[in-house]
Design a protein around this ligand. Structure first.
Ligand code: BV8
Ligand code: ZN
Length: 294
């Protein structure tokens, strides 16, 4: 066979393979899967809160002053300058006072309700620490990376819910995000302290920083849901942070359909396999349609 024809055949085969492995954007086909699902996992990232006005990590809002979130969301930064890291988290806590669940959060919460009425299960596994899923009344949210509104004592390990605004007097009116804002250099003794009298240790946000392991009981809970689900949604995540980035491919490798909702394709998109779905666009618009009751 002429080599050019051979080449065409090879290109054609590759294209056909790619086509066969390209995720579908057929909403009716997805809705058939949703109707048959008895155990749905919804994995979310910062993109699900984007339409609530909460800055994502890698978008334009991913900066605070001249820092990338990743520069401050790590133990080394807290060790070096706890005042600066507390200003960063104080700012993000205060921002949430004017942010509310958007139609994407509500669509997921409503879907959980109507699936439960049919004796079915929907579990949210989120990378976000903004608590917007819980505020939209989704139950049993698995918070992989903790919460902005929990503190952990660096001395005695005590974990508390804390929604005080400000979390301590020294942080009042601090944390301005503009690049030329100067650090407040708050003395450590005036930063949030443990409420246990015998302790008084320095508090930290109860979140998982880069380089820190996720809590094993949380990971186990997530694994149980991922191994048991018969359908999985991946909503608003760039799928670059591990171990969360492995979850959707882990489900797809079991032959279970994974539907990705994002503005753009991600490293996960290529791993959805022939039974995957990709719905492009703002999830605040696509999810209410995709998860509407039957
Ligand atoms: C771990 C809490 C074991 C804090 C977060 C070298 C040394 C040490 C570790 C590593 C290393 N190399 C790699 C690692 C592992 C590291 C990692 O993955 N790094 C990456 C950067 C390569 N992971 C860890 O460290 C994890 N722990 O691995 O433990 C270990 C231990 C020691 C040493 C090695 C391994 C812990 C990671 C958890 C970090 N904490 N958050 C805080 O928030 O302050 S991560 C944080 O960033 C979020 O929680 C989230 O996980 C991540 C942000 O990702 P996304 O949520 O996806 O947000 P992003 O902005 O990126 O994307 C938004 C998406 O939405 C986009 O795709 C966009 O298109 C889309 N979108 C936007 N708007 C919309 C939309 N989609 C739909 N609709 C819209 N409207
Ligand atoms: Zn303590």
């Amino acid at each position: 066979m002429h080599s050019f024809t051979q080449h065409l055949l090879k290109v054609g085969k590759r294209a056909a393979f790619k086509m066969a492995n390209r995720p579908s954007s057929d909403m009716a086909a997805f809705r058939e899967k949703l109707k048959a699902s008895k155990h749905l996992v919804v994995l979310t990232g910062a993109g699900v809160s984007a339409e609530s006005g909460v800055p994502t990590f890698r978008g334009a809002g991913g900066y605070w002053r001249t820092y990338k979130a990743q520069d401050l969301a790590c133990p080394e930064a807290f060790q070096e300058n706890p005042s600066l890291v507390w200003e960063f988290y104080h700012y993000r806590r205060e921002v949430m006072a004017s942010k509310f669940p958007n139609p994407a959060h509500h669509a997921i919460a409503e879907c959980q309700k109507w699936m439960e009425k049919e004796g079915k299960k929907l579990v949210v596994i989120t990378q976000n620490i903004d608590e917007l899923h819980a505020r939209a009344d989704t139950k049993g949210v698995i918070e992989l990376h903790g919460s902005l509104f929990k503190t952990r004592c660096t001395k005695c390990g005590n974990i508390e819910v804390n929604k005080d605004s400000p979390i301590c007097e020294a942080l009042r009116d601090k944390g301005a995000p503009d690049p030329d804002s100067k650090g407040a250099n708050i003395p450590e003794k005036l930063l949030p302290r443990c409420g246990i009298p015998a302790c008084g240790g320095l508090l930290r946000p109860h979140v998982v920083w880069f380089g820190e392991s996720l809590e094993s009981h949380i990971l186990e809970k997530a694994d149980t849901e991922l191994d048991g689900c018969d359908l999985c949604l991946v909503v608003g995540t760039s799928s670059v942070v591990y171990p969360a980035a492995m979850f959707a491919p882990q489900v797809a490798s079991r032959g279970v359909s994974v539907a990705e909702f994002n503005l753009e394709t991600t490293p996960a998109t290529q791993q959805l396999g022939g039974h995957g779905f990709f719905f492009s666009g703002p999830c605040g618009q696509s999810l209410p349609t995709a998860l509407a009751p039957f």
